[in-house]
Design a protein around this ligand. Structure first.
Ligand code: AMP
Length: 126
């Protein structure tokens, strides 16, 4: 069941298609809970997307509906990807966009992992 007020999961979204192997991606990590791959339009020297394997539209959906095992598994996978990419010491940024104000384009929950240079302010001033 989707979270009240949010649209249902759309199986044709591009990350669902990547999970099904219909569209290629540059995989950097995969386990039971998560898939991580390079963003096609990187905004930093390292820009990786980490997505849960379950069908969740957004962080709101995932945080409310995912099992504890999925939440723990996904969270550990995010940490693992950052560690494996050598980003822990220089540091990195995690970002999850949600909805219109958050600027979410792809309706499958994903975390952006940015690194490889000092990343500046948290949110650009408009
Ligand atoms: P968001 O605005 O948070 O929904 O971010 C979606 C991200 O997905 C953007 O940074 C896109 O560059 C990225 N993206 C879209 N299509 C692909 C793809 N086929 N492979 C990798 N990244 C993609």
């Amino acid at each position: 069941m989707p979270v009240s007020g949010l649209p249902p999961y759309d199986d044709s979204n591009i990350f669902a298609r990547i999970l099904r192997g219909e569209i290629p991606s540059k995989t950097v990590y995969e386990d039971e809970w998560a898939l991580a791959f390079h963003d096609i339009n990187p905004q930093a020297p390292v820009h990786v997307l980490i997505i849960p394997k379950g069908k969740y539209c957004s962080f709101a959906d995932f945080s409310a509906q995912a099992s504890e095992a999925e939440i723990v598994g996904f969270t550990r996978a995010v940490g693992m990807v950052a560690r494996q990419l050598g980003l822990e010491t220089p540091g990195y940024r995690l970002l999850a966009n949600l909805g219109e104000h958050g600027g979410q384009d792809v309706p499958h929950y994903h975390v952006h992992l940015f690194g490889g240079r000092p990343l500046g302010r948290m949110v650009a001033r408009e």
